[in-house]
Design a protein. Structure first.
Length: 560
């Protein structure tokens, strides 16, 4: 064994061992030559699970799905050049969603940079706008440099680890130049270690005296967005004791609990014209999906309190009056020591609206024939053993409106809110959970290559594909009327694709529905991978949604 091979072997085996020590259990590898040494080290590690994905863009989103399903950091590894650049959309999503994606980008040695060598682009700080931490490793050769590299790896992992857990978490980037020959010594796998280090635990508490007088006012709300797997029992306890309504986003995982204080139809109420004076709003977790609620937050004079367990709170849609960097359970546990305020009538008003709105939603699901009604019937089919992964655009908005009597957990990529990588993220989550993906035709087309992972790894997944032949959400925006002559070509963007061919290509069973009656009584398969294509019509979708809003407006006027 040459000194170079020995030093290279120590380097990559040490890094693989450190990744495991800091809680990483899965690595998604995209094949390539320059990544050979680390790919072999990770594959040889006795306790690291590897996934092989030939498309770096989909691979990174697949890793996001693994994280959402396992609640652990996940690493991705690729070769040098533009391969690494394909990670960018998922890195942006992980940064905004605060998911600890570990980017391992292989690189050419320093002497091949900037001289026109193949597969040698500038990879240093290439994700600077999105990562919490980044480091360009030096080359390792032999002798003293080899021992220093081991210390460097240990030191950099220790520094980066604060971004794998707790309020500082988010993506980190290690750029790793390797010089040929690239194959490590396979007889030295004993150098790989699988020791567990104690994972860091972050917790910050602070006094709540600043808001003591505010929360004693009667008309308060708790608004809960994506909680990212945080415990929520103290939210429910506090709301129960203090008669506060909880406006629960579908990603909060609170709606499935069926607590009497949980309000699920608030988006529809506000769309239908609900106007209520509020003294204070406690915003918990990520910003909510509802566009009308976010607009209302920018206009209300209510005192706004933001609770997020991270060091850089999300001010969207408007900066709160005060924010606390702590878990929701810690906040409400401390807040419970405040004086109880009688708000029974305030809560009952919300509960009455909720009951009447839910009844209207149930009638709509049974009588309508648009996409929303299909989504409602899909929610009825899911159980507490299901996870529903929802694409952005119209599907997530329909789920927000219609998730009133469902026990499934709901997930989505609501960081950057893009339609790229949705299929891959859902398949990654399906490794750890029983997943149904709800997606529109354009988002599905955008990441069809992600289906390869399900085929190659026998990952079971049900896909409910809403096909209105284009971008359905644009029918709800001003462009529909303001730019009518250009609308269909620029915004509707019909593709006319036959997705049955996609199912055949990737070994999915295929079912097509053109009537509500056929889908209403269809049972989703418990085994294998299936695509359930539902044909809808964009103009009809918009018209029937508007009818629902009008009926809810009548209920609000009659109630208030």
């Amino acid at each position: 064994m040459t000194k170079h091979v020995e030093a290279l072997t120590k380097q990559v085996y040490t890094l693989a061992s450190e990744l495991y020590a800091y809680g990483i259990r899965e690595v998604v590898i995209s094949p390539g030559s320059r990544s050979t040494p680390l790919a072999i080290a990770i594959e040889a590690h006795p306790k690291l699970t590897t996934w092989i994905h030939p498309d770096e863009r989909s691979a990174a989103f697949f890793a996001l799905g693994l994280m959402k399903g396992s609640e652990k950091p996940v690493a991705v590894l690729c070769t040098s050049g533009t391969a690494a650049a394909n990670y960018t959309p998922a890195v942006a999503e992980s940064q905004i969603s605060r998911l600890p994606l570990v980017l391992l980008t292989s690189d050419r040695p320093h002497e091949l940079r900037g001289i026109g060598a193949p597969q040698a682009i500038n990879q240093i700080q290439m994700f600077e706008n999105y990562v919490q931490y980044q480091f360009d490793f030096p080359l390792v050769d032999s002798g003293e440099n080899s021992e220093k590299m081991m210390d460097t790896i240990a030191f950099q992992m220790q520094k980066a680890s604060q971004h794998l857990y707790g309020p500082h978490r988010g993506p980190i980037h290690f750029n790793l130049p390797f010089r040929e020959p690239l194959t490590p010594d396979l007889t030295k796998v004993s150098w790989l270690t699988s020791d567990n280090k104690a994972l860091p635990h972050y917790q910050k508490t602070t006094t709540l005296n600043e808001i003591a007088t505010i929360i004693k006012k009667k008309r308060g709300l708790i608004l809960v967005g994506d909680m990212q797997h945080q415990e929520v029992d103290q939210i429910l306890t506090y709301a129960t004791i203090h008669d506060l309504p909880i406006l629960a986003d579908p990603l909060s995982q609170l709606r499935k609990i069926k607590h009497p204080n949980v309000i699920s139809t608030y988006d529809l109420m506000f769309r239908a014209g609900l106007e209520l004076e509020v003294d204070f709003i406690i915003r918990v977790g990520k910003p909510v999906i509802s566009k009308v609620i976010n607009r209302w937050l920018t206009q209300t004079s209510a005192y706004q309190i933001l609770i997020q367990n991270n060091d850089r709170p999300d001010a969207f849609p408007i900066a709160p009056h005060i924010s606390y960097e702590m878990s929701a359970n810690d906040f409400f546990r401390q807040l419970s020591e405040t004086v109880t305020v009688e708000r029974k009538q305030w809560l009952e008003k919300w509960q009455l609206l909720e009951v009447r709105a839910q009844n209207e939603v149930r009638d709509y699901i049974q009588s309508a024939t648009d996409e929303g009604a299909y989504v409602g019937h899909l929610l009825d089919k899911l159980t507490d053993k299901d996870a529903l992964f929802v694409s952005n655009s119209m599907p997530i908005r329909d789920v927000d409106n219609l998730y009133i009597n469902c026990e499934a957990e709901v997930y989505a990529n609501r960081g950057a809110n893009g339609i790229d990588g949705v299929v891959s993220t859902a398949i990654g989550m399906a490794v750890h959970k029983k997943v149904t993906l709800l997606i529109g035709d354009l988002a599905f087309y955008h990441d069809m290559n992600g289906l390869l992972m399900a085929k190659l790894n026998n990952i079971n997944l049900n896909i409910v594909l809403l096909n209105n032949d284009g971008g359905g959400i644009f029918s709800y925006l001003p462009q529909k009327n303001a730019a009518e002559p250009y609308f269909e070509r620029l915004f509707g963007t019909p593709t006319g694709l036959n997705f049955e061919h996609t199912a055949l290509l990737y070994d999915f069973a295929f079912h097509k529905f053109e009537t509500m009656a056929d889908f209403k009584y269809e049972s989703l398969s418990q085994f294998g991978s299936h695509i359930y294509e539902i044909i809808t019509e964009r103009d009809s979708n918009q018209l029937q949604h508007q009818t629902l809003y009008q009926k809810l407006g009548d209920i609000i006027n009659a109630t208030l």
